[in-house]
Design a protein around this ligand. Structure first.
Ligand SMILES: [Zn+2]
Length: 525
């Protein structure tokens, strides 16, 4: 017995099985039951949403030997031949592959002849917008005066390219993409009927990869079966599809939220072992953030993401809506600019560091602010100082300041503009705007030309046109300039302290200062 592809084997054979396109089903059923079937239909929608399937069901409805019916028998010769794709009066044309004008013209010339086998000739012209101008004219002429025994089913992915004269003569239906949940349901039914041993997660991955196309979903399922053998596992499916492990994307976002730069880079290193397409990873990152934003706007929204719903809800409460927007924007801009990066992993890392630098910048507004763990830093600046100003501030502010120092270093500024940046601290970022506080020492550098220069450098770094909003404050703590000074002080203090506190030296002092027992002193190893 030859293997029949699942997409063909499980193609819906009547309107009742046509899940997901109920609006089309109802209209066609009504038309068939009242005997008023329009002579031309236009179905719009992407690939694999059921255009050919609907055309075949309609052809059966019109030609079934039991009479014109919304419920064709599926058993008579006409029904069988249509199901098997060999019914002479169902003429399927793919305009995308049929380039010769003559073929189409010949086809349309034959329209006037009566059907050979059935009651109606049904023409299914797929990608009808690809017809040549000449063929369009021939088609239009037929549509203007359609012979009573002919039905036209036109399908296109691009209705904008159709002339109004054609559009106005068709009854138009837009076919919807199938939501992943519905594909998942169908895949489960089929897998059970086929007695497959499967992990639900495997089917979920397939459902998501199909991007709304039921046909693609079934073809992918075929491939997974061929790849994985006896049992369909999520792991095999992921390998076969080359899909990213979603949990890794959540891991990255959570590392960014916790402001843990080292953890972020560790996540990237782990991800890199699978040699992913970083463009796709950024797309996935943006997709997750988009859903987080939806949940923040409508908390009880039903997401079609049963398996990851807890992770989505967790992010929706720990991220502020502003940060969600910023991260989303950073991800899509980063995706656009990825090809400009030295290599895609480096570009990806920069996008994440940018999120770290600019997200969560407004201390106190974030729900996460109380749960932020001790930040680690990729920058060279010191984050643990003993200066009173530093201990009085929440640690998060310190991390933001550190990131700002890292950015200023990355901007590679020279001359007075570098002083303007060095005496500023990052306060916050909104789309199109970066807010800075400038300390008293920096005021002499506050000149329009320098501000403009800094804004340009930041715009280039962020991949987005930004304006600066600078507030002069008496003493901005944690400016890059201060951090450098503090780091220098730290090194000095540390050096002194380390000599002071060195256990050996202390021991020696104790030993030499008090109870001197010369023979108890041993040479150090
Ligand atoms: Zn029949």
């Amino acid at each position: 017995m030859s293997y029949l592809a699942l997409a063909r084997k499980w193609r819906p054979r009547n309107f009742g099985e046509l899940a997901g396109q109920e609006h089309v089903m109802r209209a066609l059923t009504n038309a068939l039951e009242t005997g008023r079937v329009h002579h031309a239909f236009l179905f719009t929608g992407t690939r694999g949403v059921g255009k050919t399937t609907i055309a075949r069901i309609l052809a059966k409805s019109l030609n079934c030997e039991t009479g014109v019916t919304a419920t064709p028998c599926g058993k008579c010769a006409a029904c069988k031949e249509i199901d098997e794709g060999r019914f002479v009066d169902l003429i399927e044309v793919d305009a995308a592959s049929r380039t010769k004008v003559d073929d189409t013209r010949e086809l349309l010339d034959n329209v006037q002849y009566a059907p050979t086998r059935g009651r109606y000739k049904v023409y299914l012209i797929d990608e009808v917008h690809m017809l040549s101008a000449h063929s369009f004219n021939a088609l239009l002429k037929t549509l203007e005066e359609p012979p009573p025994h002919v039905k036209f089913l036109l399908a296109t992915t691009d209705p904008q390219k159709l002339p109004v004269t054609v559009l106005s003569r068709c009854l138009q239906f837009s076919l919807k993409r199938f939501p992943p949940g519905m594909i998942m349901k169908r895949l489960t039914e089929i897998a059970q009927a086929e007695n497959l041993d499967f992990e639900p997660d495997a089917l979920r991955l397939v459902a998501r990869a199909a991007e709304g196309s039921m046909r693609d979903a079934l073809s992918l399922l075929d491939q997974v079966i061929a790849f994985g053998g006896a049992k369909l596992t999520a792991e095999d499916t992921r390998t076969m599809l080359g899909t990213l492990d979603r949990s890794q994307v959540f891991g990255i976002i959570e590392a960014v939220v916790s402001r843990d730069a080292r953890k972020v880079l560790d996540c990237v290193a782990q991800l890199d072992e699978r040699a992913p397409e970083y463009r796709d990873v950024l797309a996935e990152l943006a997709a997750v953030l988009q859903k987080v934003a939806l949940l923040q706007a409508v908390p009880d929204l039903e997401l079609d993401e049963a398996e990851d719903i807890d992770a989505f809800r967790r992010l929706a409460t720990t991220l502020t809506p502003e940060d969600t927007q910023l991260f989303y924007q950073t991800a899509i801009i980063g995706r656009r600019d990825l090809e400009l990066a030295p290599d895609s992993r480096a570009g990806f890392e920069m996008v994440l560091l940018r999120m770290l630098a600019f997200g969560l910048a407004d201390a106190g507004t974030s729900a996460a602010s109380t749960t932020v763990p001790t930040p680690t830093s990729v920058a060279t600046g010191s984050t643990s100082r003993s200066a009173p100003a530093a201990t009085a501030r929440p640690q998060k502010a310190s991390a933001v300041a550190t990131e700002w120092s890292a950015i200023v270093a990355a901007l590679n500024l020279n001359g007075p503009v570098s002083q303007l940046a060095a005496h500023s601290v990052l306060i916050g970022r909104e789309p199109g705007k970066v807010r800075l506080n400038l300390d008293a020492e920096g005021e002499t550098f506050r000149r329009p030309a320098l501000e403009e220069k800094l804004a340009q450098a930041l715009s280039a770094y962020l991949g987005e046109e930004v304006k600066l909003e600078i507030n002069t404050v008496g003493a901005a703590s944690d400016t890059p300039a201060r951090q450098q000074r503090a780091a220098a002080d730290d090194r000095m203090q540390n050096a002194r302290r380390s000599i002071d506190e060195d256990p050996n030296i202390r021991a020696m002092r104790d030993v030499f200062g008090a109870t001197v027992q010369p023979d108890s002193v041993r040479p150090s190893e």
